[in-house]
Design a protein around this ligand. Structure first.
Ligand SMILES: [Zn+2]
Ligand SMILES: [Zn+2]
Length: 229
């Protein structure tokens, strides 16, 4: 351990983000991690209906099913995502990956048969943040699940303004229309895809990415997020 790390550990001992208990390492204590509720089904991405058998039972035209660990209004889940995304705390990706791995084991899909694609950021956004939060979560996820991860398939063609700054559904749709493209199409042709992001709100961005993957020949697409609003 570097001298500066030792000093900063003495001055600012690591503590749990949620309950402030002292920690030896990491940012969340085990009990706080365990206390986060975990859904056990997939959902219709359009209407939110539960899909316990991982099959579309309504809104079949929607290009993907949605999977989420828990609700975004869970305080701990929200803290983890906000720290990762807005405070640059890369370590927050690890507990999120643990939670997603736990969730993926509960739903009836064989993750080994899927290709995992983290939702890409525009180059501008990635440079501002220093990393892509979805790719950070994916990196840790590979430690807990045997899964193929590809960061070179789905590309973001242009910068878009944050979806939170759009006024309504129509504007959100317009904002991201055509912003994704797919390279190496042969690698995903008739393959099942897990599309990974930190949080889903309106689903417009994930829907656009799923459409691009479908148009490139992907078979089944399941978007997986740590939280859903
Ligand atoms: Zn705690
Ligand atoms: Zn539906």
């Amino acid at each position: 351990m570097k001298c500066i790390d030792i000093i900063s550990k003495i001055l600012f001992p690591p503590q749990c983000l949620a309950c402030a208990v002292r920690l030896d390492s990491g940012i969340l204590c085990e009990p706080c991690l365990e206390a986060i509720p975990c859904y056990t089904t997939l959902f219709c991405a359009r209407c939110g209906a539960r899909s316990p058998e991982a099959k579309k039972i309504c809104h079949r035209e929607t290009p993907y099913l949605l999977g989420s660990v828990g609700p975004y209004d869970n305080a701990t889940l929200k803290l983890l995502i906000q720290n990762l995304k807005f405070r640059g705390v890369r370590q927050a990706a690890k507990p999120l990956a643990i939670l997603i791995a736990r969730y993926l084991r509960k739903i009836p899909i064989d993750t080994g048969k899927f290709i995992l694609i983290p939702l890409p950021l525009s180059r501008k956004r990635r440079n501002e943040r220093g990393f892509n939060q979805a790719a950070e979560i994916a990196k840790y996820l590979a430690e807990y699940l045997p899964i193929q991860i590809r960061n070179d398939i789905l590309l973001r063609n242009r910068n878009t303004k944050p979806q939170t700054e759009t006024k309504n559904a129509a504007e959100r749709q317009k904002n991201i229309l055509g912003c994704f493209s797919v390279s190496k199409q042969r690698d995903i042709f008739r393959k099942d895809i897990l599309l990974l992001d930190d949080v889903v709100t309106s689903g417009a961005t994930l829907g656009e990415a799923a459409c691009a993957l479908k148009a490139a020949g992907a078979r089944k697409i399941i978007a997986i997020t740590a939280a859903k609003a």
